[in-house]
Design a protein around this ligand. Structure first.
Ligand code: C2E
Ligand code: CA
Ligand code: CA
Length: 742
């Protein structure tokens, strides 16, 4: 910034030669205070025609100290006071000096004391204390003497005020710069510059416009400027074009300043140039209606160089702002921005607004199978489609990876409106791709909720839609939030329970009904809180699954179950098979097989005794992967059963391609066996299926003797259920086993 920034490019014209300039030149005001009319006349005569620095003199007259005080109070910028000492009183003049300096605080005004009698000369210390410019005997005031006295007083006044203006101006600049440096972003800075400049030049903040040069588009001939801020009549900045079109002068000056890269001025206005190292040069058009005085030009120079530093800071902040609020991949505002927009909508109480979160179904598959470039392209296509087809008052945001957010009038953001737009195929690098989306909706009606919380609510609805009705939309209800909150509390509790050993395993025997022999046990997780409340697995297992907590929990189950089985074997010499439930999340986990191997190594138990129970949903996973996992499990010697068989997946073909060892007939079919005439059809079918596919079959949830007889008749001999025993703690189980007749 060493460059002299406000060397005005057009220095050619001398202000005093301009036609209007004379009128605008301020005369030097000289106040003559004397109770003798003659002195006034002599002074008038003596100073006639005097100019100083091309400025004329204007004489003001007062005939007493009291009268002089009134003039001083009502007239600013009095350069010199020619003051009689003896008037109403012997020291009325000296008293007035005291008032001028102490009460009126007029420090710049020069004071020349005049007295008729030498005996009334003031003490030297008074002259120093009150900064009295000169002391003259009236008799000495010849025309020449008067001339020199007043001229030197005015020169002194001019110098003092110039210095003073510069000092004040510099103070202002320092203050302004520190005020401006904290402004975030170019627009705010531009507004700040206008305010500070108005104060600096003591002019009204009218007719100032800040422009930013559009450096990416401009050519030599065609300079493009956009308005960053404006003040007075021009605020709010209406249309860039209007201001420029209607004011050829503004346009011409801007172009000139831009091409010269300098500040320029003419008699009415000036354009200040603020260069920026970041390439965001700024220009300020200043409609001042008067020529700038020299000190002002000097101050502007300092100001501009100071501001250029601020401008670069602001540009950086602009960019940071963009990072914070914009998604760079899709070039649309992001989640933070959505929250801000919602806050604004809430603040302005705009009615009927909705936010919709749109999640692309199976987006990760596009990423996985076609590559992330295709994924990115699909997101761009979706963003462009939304931008093109949605009405202007619906705003589009990228909320997260493959989730878009819309904010706009309710009737324009309905699922049918959105689907109309998105269900048309996309041209993904030449291939047609059709997508479906799942949507979470929140209608903005709750006045006291923040943008962040609104997004949270829409997200709750979206999550619900994803788990319940993928491909459709769900609107948020308070109930959902309560449930979500409950789940969160439950999850926290479960984490703690796991850490503090509130969890244990219960074992339910599996019995051969032909012999009454106990073949195996199913391990079932239990959670007893410190207060003794039992929380059922149906409550906490889903939470553990959706949070991923099931992975460490599941490992703990395997560990505990194998240890207990080993213990029972050592203690009672009884070999029991152990059934361990494995949820799909565990089965899918990349470390599952490794973890399993570690457990098998840790407990030297024949793997044949271990049976993993998985649900049919596992068959919906990638077949090759499932086959590999089953292969490894089988290689180790362990078995895999299908739990709740018949309740899940309708297509049974997987049974031919995937190798399972046992089918567990679900309790719901066992329940219906006796109550309905067709009740045995499904168990019978499952039993035959098992026979055909060479799989074992076990019935679970068996509670009555009749059910036992019926299953026996159908040749299903393995049974688990309350008829024999409920799931029991280990010590209870030990007793139960011991009490059974051999
Ligand atoms: P599941 O694997 O189908 O377990 C059988 C459920 O039926 C158990 O409920 C058991 O107590 C109950 N049951 C057994 N016989 C009878 C009967 O005759 N009558 C009645 N009314 N119920 C009977 P529980 O222990 O509440 O477990 C519920 C579900 O929680 C299990 O269903 C399983 O899906 C899950 N679960 C339990 N422990 C674990 C575990 O360690 N890991 C995983 N991943 N899931 C588990
Ligand atoms: Ca089970
Ligand atoms: Ca089951």
């Amino acid at each position: 910034m060493s460059d002299k920034l406000v060397i005005f490019a057009e220095e050619s014209s001398d202000v005093t030669n301009l036609p209007d300039a004379k009128n605008t030149l301020r005369p030097w005001k000289v106040l003559v205070v004397d109770d003798d009319q003659d002195v006034h006349e002599v002074t008038k005569f003596g100073l006639k025609g005097l100019t100083f620095l091309n400025q004329p003199l204007e004489l003001l007259h007062a005939f007493s100290a009291a009268e002089a005080l009134k003039v001083l109070q009502s007239t600013p910028n009095i350069a010199v006071v020619l003051l009689d000492v003896v008037m109403e009183t012997d020291h009325a003049g000296l008293d007035l000096v005291h008032i001028i300096r102490e009460e009126l605080q007029l420090k710049n005004t020069r004071i020349v004391l005049r007295t008729g009698q030498p005996g009334y000369a003031p003490e030297i210390e008074i002259i120093q204390k009150y900064d009295i410019n000169d002391y003259k005997n009236k008799a000495d005031l010849t025309r020449t003497r008067l001339f020199t006295t007043v001229t030197s007083a005015i020169r002194s006044y001019s110098e003092i005020t110039t210095l003073d203006t510069s000092r004040k101006g510099l103070e202002r600049i320092v203050l302004a710069s520190s005020a401006l440096i904290t402004l975030h972003g170019t627009r705010e800075l531009a507004n700040g510059i206008i305010t500070q400049l108005a104060a600096l030049l003591s002019i009204a903040a009218e007719g100032m416009i800040c422009f930013k040069q559009n450096t990416d588009t401009h050519t030599e001939e065609e300079e493009e400027f956009s308005i960053v801020a404006a003040s007075g009549d021009l605020d709010p900045p209406s249309h860039d074009a209007i201001i420029l079109d209607n004011n050829g002068n503004v346009q011409a000056m801007l172009v000139e300043a831009a091409s010269k890269r300098r500040s320029i001025k003419n008699e009415y206005a000036c354009v200040l140039f603020f260069p920026s190292e970041c390439g965001n040069d700024m220009f300020l058009y200043l409609d001042i209606q008067r020529p700038l005085i020299e000190t002002e030009e000097q101050l502007l120079e300092v100001f501009c160089s100071n501001i250029s530093v601020c401008l670069d800071n602001a540009s950086i902040l602009d960019r940071l702002h963009n990072y914070a609020y914009f998604d760079s991949l899709l070039d649309i505002p992001n989640r933070v921005s959505l929250a801000k927009h919602i806050d604004q909508v809430m603040l302005e109480k705009i009615e009927n607004q909705a936010i919709v979160l749109i999640d692309i179904d199976h987006f990760s598959e596009v990423n996985d199978t076609l590559g992330t470039d295709s994924g990115d392209e699909l997101l761009r296509l979706v963003a462009n489609r939304l931008r093109e087809k949605l009405p202007e008052d619906v705003f589009i945001f990228r909320v997260s990876g493959d989730t878009f957010g819309l904010l706009g009038p309710q009737q324009l953001t309905t699922p049918s409106e959105i689907n109309k737009i998105l269900l048309q195929p996309f041209d993904l690098f030449g291939d047609d791709l059709t997508i479906s989306t799942t949507q979470g909706i929140y209608i903005l009606k709750d006045a006291n909720i923040s943008g962040t919380n609104v997004i949270k609510r829409a997200n709750i609805a979206l999550k619900r839609a994803k788990t319940v009705v993928r491909g459709e939309s769900v609107e948020y209800t308070h109930e959902m939030e309560r449930e979500t909150h409950q789940r969160m509390l439950l999850l926290q509790g479960l984490r703690k329970a796991h850490a503090e050993s509130e969890l244990y395993l219960a074992y339910q025997p599996q019995v051969d009904i032909r012999t009454g022999k106990v073949n195996g046990l199913e391990a079932l997780m239990r959670w007893k809180t410190k207060t003794g409340t039992m929380i059922t697995p149906d409550q906490f297992i889903p939470v553990a699954e959706s949070s991923g907590l099931i992975i460490p929990l599941g490992e703990w189950v395997i560990d505990t179950a194998l240890r207990d089985i080993e213990y029972l074997e050592k203690r009672y010499n009884q070999q029991l098979q152990i059934g361990i439930n494995i949820s799909p999340a565990q089965f899918r986990h990349p470390n599952f097989l490794q973890m399993l191997q570690e457990k098998l190594d840790k407990f030297p138990l024949p793997a044949e005794q271990i049976e993993f129970e998985v649900t049919e949903s596992v068959a919906m996973m990638d077949t090759d992967k499932v086959r590999d996992i089953l292969q490894v499990i089988h290689n180790s010697g362990a078995r895999v059963a299908i739990d709740d068989f018949g309740t899940g997946f309708s297509c049974l073909s997987y049974l031919e391609t995937l190798n399972f060892d046992r089918l567990k007939i679900d309790k719901s079919f066992i329940d219906k066996m006796l109550s309905q005439s067709t009740g045995t059809h499904i168990p019978e079918m499952i039993i035959n299926l098992g026979k055909d596919l060479k799989m074992d079959v076990i019935a679970e949830g068996v509670e009555t003797e009749e059910q036992i007889q019926r299953l026996k008749a159908l040749s299903c001999f393995e049974v688990q259920g309350y008829f024999f025993a409920k799931p029991m703690e280990l010590t209870q189980l030990e007793q139960w086993l011991q009490n059974r007749p051999a």
